[in-house]
Design a binder for this molecule. Structure first.
Ligand code: ADE
Length: 257
């Protein structure tokens, strides 16, 4: 897999490309990732890459010439060009899986108030990493590069993906490691039992509980198995009992006097 990032700030990628899993993926030859400086392509005698917007308005707009010449220098027939923009389609784990199958991704990062709108016509897709506005597309391109690279076969073990959040439509269950007791907080006993079937059930139930509490939208269109329905009923009962218990506890009883 090859990922080419086009940016005005290639120095932002130095730490990202030389640390942890991304570094290993590059060293193993599983991912070729590079950041290319758009400014190196400007034909402006003052090295400018941006201009005021026609029609007036706030901020500066990235010009077509340096961006599109930079793009032309790296694009091949098998490249997929993604433009980073808050107005793009929302990036998801499913999108990361889809992108991982591509031979070559080009991630185009905007800065300042955005791109000349004609640049969009040269992109295959526009992607947003969330409903907020960043100062540029660089962080968005790192998020996408990270999520896609870790899915490249061999970068992390296949088993690591199985129970991951979003992979099976649920959030991942909580994990624990030594010590068994930390400052009075205990590891759930079932995890110490060595009973694989009970551990599997516990994890599935805790995945359902977490998803119900934090991301109920993920459960809305889920085709539940019989086992999942039963565990979800148990979770609902337990949570109701917990809520009732809390209401009855003396600390939060309303003061009626
Ligand atoms: N550039 C600025 N904000 C962005 C966002 N939320 N996603 C992708 N690119 C961006």
């Amino acid at each position: 897999m090859r990922i080419t990032i086009l940016t005005l700030f290639p120095e932002m990628f130095e730490g990202f490309l030389t640390t942890s899993i991304i570094k290993k993926a590059r060293l193993k030859g599983l991912a070729e990732i590079e950041a290319i400086d758009i400014r190196a392509f400007t034909e402006d005698k003052h090295n400018r890459v941006d201009e005021y917007p026609f029609g007036g308005g706030q901020g500066m707009i990235m010009k077509c010439q340096p961006v599109l010449d930079c793009l032309k220098s790296v694009r091949t027939p098998s490249s997929k060009v993604l433009l980073m923009a808050p107005t793009g389609q929302q990036f998801t784990q499913a999108k990361a899986r889809e992108l991982q199958k591509q031979e070559h991704l080009i991630l185009l990062c905007g800065h300042y108030e955005g791109f000349d709108a004609r640049i969009r016509e040269y992109a295959d897709e526009e992607i947003s990493i969330g409903d907020y506005v960043l100062t540029g597309g660089e962080l968005a391109s790192m998020v996408i590069t990270d999520a896609v690279t870790r899915l490249v076969p061999g970068v992390i073990t296949e088993e690591s993906h199985l129970d991951e959040s979003f992979e099976n439509g649920l959030l991942e269950y909580p994990q624990y490691t030594r010590p068994v007791d930390y400052d009075g907080h205990q590891v759930p006993e079932v995890l110490l039992s060595g009973h694989h079937e009970n551990i599997r059930k516990f994890r599935l139930k805790e995945s359902l509980r977490l998803t119900l509490q934090v991301r109920p939208d993920l459960l809305q269109h889920r085709a539940f198995t019989k086992e999942e329905m039963k565990l979800l009923d148990e979770v609902r009962e337990e949570e109701e009992a917990k809520a009732l218990n809390q209401l009855e506890s003396p600390e939060i009883k309303p003061d009626l006097e």
